[in-house]
Design a binder for this molecule. Structure first.
Ligand code: GLN
Length: 489
């Protein structure tokens, strides 16, 4: 492998600035890397070498003309639920096969302006509903650390691409854990920003009160750089906050000396794998060694995260997905009668999990059940948020596992939907509360003879991504688990 693929944004930026490498060389190295390993990793749904090289040439021209930007000439990948100019957008679904969006997401537009190079679109669970990319209508991506296992989901393709050095960084989306969980399973850094920090405009909607775009990167510094690039108010998304965006990269130093962290007991769930528990407790020891204090605490409403998420989330998605009618976008069954065409287009275009959730959501919203389910869930959601607010009166941040179990073997995900839904118990409550949280590499665990990555989750106060990143950075600098690379030679 060319060493160029090992680089982070901040390393590549230095080399680009000094003229030691060009954006074209960097992009070519990544396209070659994709050629070599993606048949095994299967991170990408779509790669456009010509488009990427043209953007890289343009970046080199801009640099020659005196422009200097951290992202100028940086090759990256985008989850295929975020629209990018000139590229198809499938959301991992047959129903959007062949759809070329006539617009571009605000996050993509911001990166393009800064001179980033778009390598392609990455695989995901259909409409981001899943844990493993096994719900993708196209194929399952693989975990670069164990090719017989899933990379996690739903942003599994983005996480796998970064872990396998097929992109310097990538964008994912996190509705209930889809950036953090795949980051945790692929030894990468994945951040879910506060709700309202990053624009959702041009991101294909799943659950609008929960969806957030987040960076998946090789290290914390890159995460800070990418977050700053995509964050901030957008007049096209009224839920984005006018809060100023700090220069996160400048706020990484400072350590955790004197900080006080809460360790929620309820996050050590009954089915937690002993290897995950061990890694997290070791991470806690490390934070203490670095000068923080860690105190056990309680988040009693944790157990309601799953039912509340699956009521609020399905209600919103059943409304959002009503737009796929076989007329306006992508796939159409082409039946002559209008109702028959709806029925066949949606029947054949959506996969099983998506259909299950549309039905659940429509039921939860139906007359007579609205108060009983949806309204009740919204009230419990408020209780969950308030419980976090109370915790933050005492703690600077909370630390916890990300996923209770290691990545599943391909084809061996639990078949019972409730059991599957429970794999998200540690990422759902924070999503419902709109809090910023990160997964940072915290070591490896053994499972059936394989060594698998484990992530540490750090949960912060609303709009305090800076503290979350600073803690993650201190931990990363003291541990450096990133050095353990997947063996894909
Ligand atoms: N795994 C969760 C789900 O299936 C979360 C997905 C997400 O965050 N996009 O809904």
């Amino acid at each position: 492998m060319s060493d160029l693929c090992r680089l982070t944004i901040h390393e590549a930026r230095d080399l680009l600035r000094r003229g030691e490498i060009s954006a074209v060389e960097l992009t070519r190295a990544h396209l070659e890397r994709i050629e070599t390993v993606d048949a095994r990793v299967r991170a990408y749904l779509h790669v456009d070498a010509d488009l990427a090289l043209a953007q890289a040439e343009d970046a080199d021209r801009r640099r020659a003309a005196g422009e200097d930007d951290s992202l100028l000439g940086i090759p990256l990948a985008v989850k295929d639920i975020i629209t990018v100019q000139g590229m198809p957008a499938t959301a991992g679904s047959r129903i959007l096969e062949g759809f070329m969006p006539p617009y571009e997401a605000t996050v993509s537009r911001r990166l393009r302006k800064r001179g980033a190079v778009f390598l392609g679109k990455t695989n995901l669970d259909e409409f981001a509903m899943g844990w493993s990319t096994e719900n993708s209508a196209f194929f399952t991506s693989r975990n670069p650390y164990a090719l017989d296992r899933v990379p996690g989901g739903s942003s599994g393709g983005s996480a796998a691409a970064v872990a396998a050095d097929e992109a310097l960084v990538a964008l994912g989306t996190d509705t209930g854990g889809s950036v953090r969980q795949p980051a945790s399973w692929t030894n990468t850094v994945g951040l879910r920003p506060s709700y309202g920090r990053v624009s959702r405009w041009g991101v294909i909607a799943f659950a609008s009160s929960l969806d957030q775009v987040g960076p998946l990167t090789k290290d914390v510094r890159d995460n800070a750089i990418l977050l700053e690039a995509i964050a901030g108010h957008d007049p096209r998304d009224s839920t984005t906050m006018p809060e100023p965006v700090p220069r996160y990269e400048d706020l990484l130093e400072g350590g955790v000396q004197g900080m006080h962290f809460g360790l929620p007991r309820e996050y050590f769930v009954k089915n937690i794998h002993p290897g995950v528990r061990r890694a997290i407790l070791q991470a806690v020891d490390k934070l203490v060694e670095l000068g923080a204090t860690v105190e056990e605490t309680h988040l009693h409403y944790t157990k309601y995260g799953m039912p509340v998420y699956y009521l609020v989330g399905t209600a919103e998605l059943s409304a959002n997905l009503a737009r796929y009618d076989g007329v306006r976008y992508g796939f159409s069954a082409g039946a002559a009668n209008m109702w028959e065409n709806y029925r066949q287009t949606r029947g054949r275009g959506f996969g099983q999990e998506v259909k299950r959730r549309i039905i659940l959501g429509a039921y939860a919203l139906s007359a007579g059940y609205y108060d009983q389910y949806y309204l009740k869930a919204q009230k419990v959601r408020t209780l969950i948020r308030e419980e976090f607010e109370t915790a933050f009166e005492t703690f600077d941040a909370l630390v916890a596992p990300v996923a209770p179990v290691p990545p599943f073997k391909i084809g061996q995900s639990p078949t019972d939907p409730v059991e599957l839904y429970l794999t998200d118990v540690l990422t759902l409550p924070t999503a419902l509360a709109g809090l910023p949280c990160i997964s940072v590499p915290a070591g490896f665990m053994e499972d059936e003879g394989e060594s698998l990555p484990v992530g540490l989750q750090i949960i912060g106060k609303p709009f305090d991504e800076a503290t979350v990143l600073r803690i993650a950075y201190a931990f990363e600098q003291a541990t450096n688990w990133r050095q353990v690379r997947p063996q894909l030679a």
